[in-house]
Design a protein around this ligand. Structure first.
Ligand code: FES
Length: 100
């Protein structure tokens, strides 16, 4: 069952943060309307999405350019065909928490 994990201070990152949790990495994104989290690994060939370019709420994979909706994990451009997992996020006591 998923539990809340303290990931990073709310003011401890600018646009992205790589949160290592157990054997996986979660990418935390700061958008204009809030903070969101997805698997850090691109569903195509596992490149780190937290290093990608962010445009209008989407992240472009730094390796081959697949585009994912940060809020839903949906694929918007090839070559990836599978979405990335998203995680619930909350901000509490000055920290970003991720449910994973
Ligand atoms: S590894 Fe992300 S698009 Fe290929």
């Amino acid at each position: 069952m998923a539990k809340w994990h303290k990931a990073v201070a709310e003011d401890g990152f600018q646009k992205t943060f790589r949160f290592a949790h157990r054997r996986k990495e979660i990418a935390i994104f700061r958008l204009e309307d809030g903070i969101f989290a997805t698997d850090n690994s691109c569903s195509h060939e596992y490149s780190p999405l937290c290093e990608g370019m962010i445009v209008d709420g989407d992240v472009y994979c730094p390796k081959h350019g697949s585009r994912f909706d940060i809020r839903t994990g949906a694929v918007k451009d090839f070559p990836a065909t599978r979405p990335v997992k998203t995680y619930e996020v909350k901000v509490e006591d000055g920290f970003v928490w991720v449910k994973a």
